[in-house]
Design a binder for this molecule. Structure first.
Ligand code: PLP
Length: 474
């Protein structure tokens, strides 16, 4: 397809394919009915020797791929957290691919770097984040692929700051200890392993009845580690836990971090987006005490995966942790110190031009459009929670601060597992479970790009009818 006329024809066909897919998305079972290995078995054993036509290739999307797709963009998808895709973001990714630039340094594509810096400062405005995260002061933001990478990078910078920027060179000496609540995302434990801290040196601090970290228990854990001769260095507070959107008390945790000289990272991967609305900004109360913060526009803010916004209050600590200067990457703008080189803000050297899709989304929706989307998800979740309360077979299992409802049949774990399986096997909706206090709980995460009230209403009817049809247990 080096012929540009052929590229244009194929591209138009591909865009039409996506348009048709989205227009007809409700016709597919939300979760595919395939057995392991079934999709692979439809593929030829060996790659083609000669070029195939675009029509043949696109045709195989329908024949081979679609039957094995989980329809995350379906308005009846309520699993995990939303993974919003939207028109402006799809086109941003397309154009980013078309430009095909590497955004590793300012010198490798100045606009990619400057747009990223600027859009991340816009995001400080949009979410009313603390000023210390702005690039115009000592802080700044960068786009990471995921919250997992953001948290790892935060932990590395915290490790270096605590050990005088020596561990990078010498390897870890002694025992550093990190802290999160027992409800924190699994990526924090993974980061502790990768960063050489050791997974067993991440302390899982107890939570209260709302599944939020108990600040008192955090302080006790820090004191116990100090008494044992360990070096506490890092705390991850979660704003919107994955199981139940619990909000850790960031201010109380931040005050403890200040007292003991620990790095505070705030993981708001899903819930952070809610702060586009002034009425939900309470979730970030105390955030000005954080050293770093991340949230994922690729979850609930209409921006295709991957896009995590990561902020630090002191970019020098991050850059000192991650920069490395081989001769072949030396250049005058870098030496001058007048530019950001984002390769020094994350793990990989090569970087995609992801700011483009975020810029498109912010402009195409406006702050108003983003707020409307978030408010829609929250309002529907609140309404759904109200319906659960009116049915005596069910109970709510956690507070519903935003757009996730944790609920269960009172009949026990097995009943809830059967209900989940029956709903998902029907293909008409999709949700997953978690465990809270040892009990199986169903999670209804609302906030898809195309989810409207009628979809949530239909889901509730399906849930009630399916529960009524379950064989009696016992
Ligand atoms: C989803 C989630 C993550 C992981 O997000 P990735 O971007 O996929 O790494 C981390 N933390 C929380 C609280 C999450 O909900």
């Amino acid at each position: 397809m080096s012929d540009l006329a052929a590229f244009r024809r194929a591209a138009h066909a591909a865009v039409d394919w996506v348009g048709d897919y989205l227009a007809g998305i409700e016709r597919h079972p939300v979760f595919p009915r395939v057995r392991p290995g079934e999709i692979r078995a439809r593929l030829p054993a060996h790659p083609p020797e000669t070029a195939e036509s675009w029509d043949t290739i696109l045709g195989d999307l329908d024949r081979v791929v679609l039957p094995g797709i989980t329809h995350w963009q379906s308005p009846m998808f309520f699993g995990y957290f939303p993974a919003n895709a939207s028109g402006p973001a799809i086109l941003g990714d397309l154009i980013s691919s078309g430009l095909g630039v590497q955004a590793m340094m300012w010198a490798t594509s100045p606009a990619a770097t400057e747009l990223e810096t600027h859009v991340l400062d816009w995001m400080v405005d949009l979410l009313a984040l603390p000023d210390r995260f702005r690039s115009t002061g000592r802080g700044g933001g960068v786009i990471q692929d995921t919250a997992s990478s953001a948290s790892l990078v935060a932990m590395l910078a915290a490790r270096e700051r605590k050990t005088g920027f020596e561990t990078n060179r010498t390897g870890l000496k002694g025992t550093l200890t990190a802290y999160s609540s027992s409800q924190a995302h699994s990526s924090i434990e993974k980061a502790a392993g990768i960063a050489g801290i050791g997974r067993e040196h991440l302390r899982l601090v107890a939570v209260d009845q709302a599944y939020a970290m108990r600040a008192g228990a955090l302080e006790e854990a820090i004191r116990a580690d100090l008494a044992a001769g360990h070096t506490p260095f890092f705390v991850c507070a979660t704003v919107g836990t994955t199981s139940s959107t619990a909000i850790d008390p960031v201010r109380a945790i931040g005050e403890i971090c200040r007292r003991y000289g620990l790095w505070l990272h705030v993981d708001a991967a899903h819930a952070g987006s809610a702060a586009v609305c002034p009425e939900f900004r309470w979730i970030h109360e105390g955030l000005e005490l954080a050293d770093s913060y991340c949230f994922n526009p690729h979850k609930w803010l209409l921006t295709n995966f991957d896009c995590d916004c990561f902020y630090v209050a002191d970019r020098a600590a991050l850059i000192e942790t991650l920069s490395i200067r081989p001769e072949y990457l030396r250049n005058q703008p870098t030496e001058s110190g007048a530019v950001f080189d984002y390769r020094d803000w994350g793990i990989a050297l090569g970087r995609r031009f992801r700011a483009l899709k975020l810029w498109f989304v912010i402009r195409a929706y406006g702050a108003e459009g983003l707020r409307k989307h978030v408010r829609n998800g929250v309002a529907l979740a609140q309404e759904f929670a109200g319906w659960v309360k009116t049915d005596s077979r069910f109970e709510l299992c956690a507070p519903v601060p935003l757009n996730l409802v944790c609920f269960r049949l009172k009949a026990g774990d097995e009943a809830n597992e059967r209900l989940r399986d029956a709903l998902n096997a029907s293909g008409r909706m999709y949700l997953i479970h978690t465990r809270l206090d040892g009990k199986v709980v169903l999670r209804m995460a609302i906030g898809g790009t195309y989810t409207e009230r009628r979809h949530v209403e239909r889901a509730w009817v399906l849930i009630r009818e399916t529960a009524a049809g379950l064989p009696r247990l016992g």
